[in-house]
Design a protein around this ligand. Structure first.
Ligand code: PLP
Length: 458
């Protein structure tokens, strides 16, 4: 990595001028950035032309890798024709209409309408507002509390960061806001009690949820947000039958459910939607990231017909549906997203994910034998290893020891970009175009990094 001390280097100019997201800003001034210059397939290259396998598809998003010419062509074509327009006040553009049709056709729920925003946070914020608006329109003015889960991740705006159940997103930001509350994280490995079976764990979580709703007052609880797999919280898979058990409780108290498919959507888990993989039948879906393979920012909210009808009537009474983003449904982003979804179908991306996932999961599972790995988990083309100080007792390393971060740095030395999350969880979520031999290369590089981590901790 070039030193930020080198005058006028890109690294030094970055340190001088850029405020980085999700970065220890003090450390950044000492170590400087990794400057990524170009990409090809599942690989990216830094400014010294060092090659890295992008084991996280960027931020769980570049499903088609880093050099898909058809997406570039789609963007250029739309740029030339109409580089910008919007949907306010009865306007529209062709790509937005076609993308809405396509998403409706792919949706696992009976969707009435699709709302477009620019990113996952904006989509989830929109959903909270829609749900409040909907309940006001129905005269249920007290039914407003939104539930999400400890370790869930739903974004960083004031409301979506409040949904997020991770301490770093709340601490010193004066969050979460009122009316957003957190319930249990369904991580069996971490939160099951001694001797508790998976089925007992699920039953306990469902009971806790019901008790929580009763204590709050069912007439005050509006909705429940969940990612099918918790991504940034540590790639946490729900235990068997978790979603059906939770949904039974939600339905009993007339509580709407949202599947945040920002990571899981579009094939990542081996189905188009993560909800399908885990038997979750939500009322709403939010999606982004792989929707455009991340080539341009766009997100979508799938709204059921009956909710739309209520919103429609209310907007008629008020005079407008007073919500929308300048860049929501940007025609160039929509054209790229539409092309992305066509490519997923043309190239049978689901078939590909299901063909290579067994190799990916075999390699992840094998990591479970390593003395540093407490749990190795995953499904489809997403997975994680949780590094622990004591495999038998599941004791974690002290957070200040920085073991996950060290492992991530060793991986970078080995030419692999992965993500260290809280609790020393190392995430893998490569571009979905990855081949079996590339999967092997990725895990070979990781195994070398893990060996270096082992020597470093001992
Ligand atoms: N929801 C989930 C599940 C996510 O993983 C993310 C981002 O990683 C978001 C929402 C927020 O999306 P964005 O960063 O585009 O606002």
């Amino acid at each position: 990595m070039p030193s930020p001390q080198l005058p006028n280097s890109m690294a030094a100019r970055d340190v001088a001028h850029v405020l980085h997201p999700y970065t220890n800003l003090v450390k950044h001034e000492a170590v400087g950035p990794l400057v990524i210059e170009r990409g090809k397939g599942i690989y990216v290259y830094d400014d010294q032309d060092k090659e890295y396998i992008e084991g996280m598809a960027g931020l769980w998003c570049a499903g088609l890798g880093f050099s898909e010419a058809a997406l570039v062509d789609a963007a250029i074509e739309q740029m030339r024709k109409l580089p910008y327009y919007h949907g306010f006040g009865h306007k529209t553009t062709g790509p937005v209409v076609e993308l809405a049709e396509k998403l409706k056709a792919m949706s696992p729920l009976p969707v009435g309408k699709i709302f477009f925003a620019e990113g996952g946070s904006g989509a989830n914020d929109t959903l909270i507002k829609l749900i409040w608006y909907y309940n006001n329109a129905r005269g249920r003015i007290d039914k407003k509390t939104i539930l999400s889960r400890i370790k869930g991740y739903h974004g960083v705006t004031i409301a979506s960061a409040s949904l997020t159940g991770l301490p770093a997103n709340h601490k010193d930001f004066d969050l979460p806001i009122a009316r957003i509350k957190h319930v249990d994280c369904p991580h069996y490995y971490r939160f099951a009690q001694d001797g508790e079976s998976e089925a007992e764990f699920v039953a306990r979580l469902a009971k806790n949820l019901e008790d929580f709703i009763l204590a709050e007052g069912p007439d005050t609880v509006a909705a429940f947000f969940a990612e099918p797999i918790m991504g940034a919280g540590g790639v946490i898979l729900p235990p068997k039958d978790y979603f059906p058990a939770i949904q039974k409780v939600l339905q009993k108290y007339d509580i709407l459910s949202v599947s945040d498919e920002v990571i899981c959507g579009f094939g990542r888990t081996g189905n188009w939607w993560g909800a399908q993989t885990f038997g979750y039948q939500p009322d709403f879906i939010s999606c982004a990231k792989q929707l455009s393979s991340a080539y341009l920012p766009i997100s979508a909210v799938l709204v059921p017909e009956h909710v739309y009808e209520t919103i429609r009537e209310n907007s008629g009474k008020i005079g407008t549906f007073g919500h929308g983003f300048t860049y929501g449904g940007h025609p160039v982003a929509a054209a790229v997203a539409l092309r992305t979804l066509q490519i997923y179908e043309e190239r049978d991306m689901l078939g590909h994910v299901n063909a290579v996932a067994p190799r990916f999961q075999t390699r992840i599972a094998k990591l479970g034998d390593h003395p540093l790995v407490g749990e190795a988990r995953g499904i489809g083309l997403i997975g994680a290893t949780e590094l622990v100080a004591d495999k038998k007792t599941k004791r974690s390393f002290a957070p200040t020891a920085g073991v996950g971060a060290a492992c991530m740095n060793f991986a970078q030395e080995e030419g692999l970009i992965i993500r260290a999350m809280g609790g020393d969880v190392i995430g893998f979520c490569p571009p979905m175009i990855i081949t079996e031999s590339e999967i092997d290369e990725m895990f070979d590089r990781f195994e070398r990094a893990l060996a270096k981590t082992m020597s470093w901790v001992s």
